[in-house]
Design a protein around this ligand. Structure first.
Ligand code: RIB
Ligand code: CA
Length: 320
């Protein structure tokens, strides 16, 4: 079995009540998969501020029994856009206070990514599950990264649909830093995108959360509590959508690194909107069906075997 060596670039917020939980599940899956080797975690502003995300990443790796995996802090703000409000910002102070422990590895995410990839040309895959600020900075600092990296697998974008939310017309990771997404899309690096088209079909429900809590396991039971809290938050924040599940956006992106057949891939030319606020972060995907198609710059996932994924995913998480 070949082992995929990965860097996880994340805006992990699991543990900050009212913040998205899927990064935490993605990190746990990456740690547990025997055909993946998680070698570096870098944090980025997104679901939560980067300092809190860094503390939470260290805490979750300790809970997962992986205190040896280095965590390096990254971008505090998007490249150009103003810092957006974090829904749980007012409740994370005590999280940071209660979780003080292992410190992050000195340095900054972009240079840590460059150093690790260039030291292992063709070997390392970057799995980007937050806004693409760190990845863009790394590519701008060292363009050779685009050819030295094995591939960049990105949870981001929506290619066959829109968000149907005027306040956030682009998928969150792209919307937060659309300029960073444009740099990555134009870098020439091998890119695979897992967008909302497939991630909104892979969901954790409250019964799954109950089963996770019932395990009494260090990570699984904590993750079950966080899943309930996140679903509660979604119901409060979006009363018109009757949420009763939590999409596992980022966990699917991790899974397809070594299990690409969980989804259907199509080559595409993708561009991102960076000029208009009305369509900020919208990803336009040309699926090359015309007589004279543009040149592809990535692969996008268009369908997912959601039953197979959820079964595979939970079977790993229950034991953690
Ligand atoms: O749109 C989903 C993405 O935004 C996920 O990465 C989730 O963690 C949030 O960051
Ligand atoms: Ca994320």
């Amino acid at each position: 079995m070949s082992v995929r060596r990965i860097i996880l670039d994340t805006d992990v917020a699991m543990g900050a009540p009212g913040s998205d939980i899927d990064d935490g599940f993605a990190m746990a899956l990456a740690v547990d998969l025997k055909d993946q080797s998680l070698e570096l975690v870098t944090t980025v502003n997104g679901n939560i501020d980067v300092d809190t995300s860094t503390v939470l990443a260290l805490h979750l790796l300790d809970r997962l029994g992986k205190p040896d995996i280095p965590v390096v802090c990254g971008a505090r703000t998007p490249l150009v856009r103003p810092l957006h409000a974090h829904p749980a910002r007012d409740r994370v102070a005590d999280v940071r206070e209660h979780l003080s422990g292992r410190k992050p590895t000195p340095g900054r995410a972009a240079t840590a990514i460059i150093d690790h990839v260039l030291a292992n040309p063709g070997e390392i895959s970057i799995v980007a599950i937050g806004p693409l600020t760190n990845v863009a900075v790394a590519l701008a600092l060292e363009p050779a990264l685009a050819t030295a990296v094995k591939e960049i697998v990105i949870m981001g974008g929506a290619f066959l649909r829109t968000t149907s939310v005027l306040a956030m017309p682009g998928e969150f990771n792209i919307w937060v830093d659309p300029e960073a997404a444009a740099i990555v899309l134009n870098s020439g690096a091998p890119l695979r995108f897992i967008g909302l088209d497939v991630t909104l079909q892979v969901e954790l429900n409250r019964a799954d959360a109950d089963r996770l809590m019932a395990t009494g396991r260090p990570f699984a039971s904590y993750a079950g509590e966080c899943a309930h809290a996140w679903i509660d938050y979604l119901r409060e924040a979006y009363p018109g959508r009757d949420f009763c599940t939590a999409p596992m956006h980022d966990a699917l992106a991790v899974a397809v690194v070594s299990r690409p057949n969980l989804v259907t891939w199509r080559p595409a030319r993708v561009e991102v909107e960076v000029t208009s606020d009305l369509t900020r972060g919208v990803t336009v995907a040309d699926l090359l069906a015309s007589r004279d198609p543009p040149q592809a710059n990535c692969m996008v996932a268009t369908e997912v075997d959601s039953v197979a994924f959820i079964e595979f995913f939970l079977n790993h998480i229950y034991s953690l």
